[in-house]
Design a protein around this ligand. Structure first.
Ligand SMILES: [Zn+2]
Length: 203
């Protein structure tokens, strides 16, 4: 898929992606734009872990792109695993069905007198398989259907993958793309000094 390296904006230790100059067409079906959807990426090196369920990263990247109202919900739903980050997604993938599976078993056990034993085992197994299967499909769908994806985060750049070729060419021609380059230490140092007026540069 066509992708570009975009230089991150850095200021006061914060990094973000400048809004990309899209044309006003849905990136999925090329219909006139009616809404915006987001593509996200969390920095997996900056995860904060609060056991058992609350996990988030202190650094989070996001780029919005045009969609029609029909595709807004789909795009945001597909972005959910990326927004939560790889680790959280993995945990959810393992934990959520297990929790629901247990709840189902307990629920079914409450009706022991009504439901015979083999039937409730079959029901719990079917529900678990459906949940795991559904979540796996969700991940695969996100991988192959998301119109915009963020990946390969470095200190100064991020890769934006755009499925829609016309939109990709437009972005490329807008001059926002950068060729891959090693982290620019000099730029980082200058930015760091810029935010402290009155500090003299020692170099
Ligand atoms: Zn659309």
């Amino acid at each position: 898929m066509p992708s570009i390296r975009v230089r991150l904006q850095i200021h006061n230790g914060h990094r973000w992606i400048s809004p990309l100059s899209w044309e006003p067409w849905c990136l999925v079906c090329n219909a006139p734009m009616q809404a915006e959807a987001n593509a996200s990426l969390v920095n997996p090196n900056k995860f904060l872990i609060f056991f058992p369920f609350v996990l988030w990263s202190s650094e989070y990247f996001e780029v919005s792109y045009p969609v029609c109202s029909r595709h807004r919900r789909m795009c945001n739903l597909l972005d959910w695993p990326a927004r939560r980050g790889a680790i959280v997604s993995c945990l959810c993938w393992l934990l959520l069905p297990a929790v629901i599976w247990l709840t189902c078993i307990l629920g079914v056990m409450a009706f022991t007198s009504i439901v015979p034993v083999p039937a409730r085992q079959l029901l719990a197994a079917t529900l678990a398989i459906l949940l795991w299967g559904g979540m796996t499909l969700w991940y695969l769908a996100a991988l192959f259907l998301k119109p915009v994806r963020l990946s390969k985060l470095s200190r100064t750049h991020i890769t934006v993958t755009i499925r829609n070729k016309i939109a990709f060419l437009h972005i490329q021609n807008a001059g926002l793309a950068c060729t891959p380059s090693p982290p620019n230490e000099d730029l980082l140092r200058r930015l760091r000094f810029k935010r402290q007026p009155g500090t003299s540069d020692p170099s």
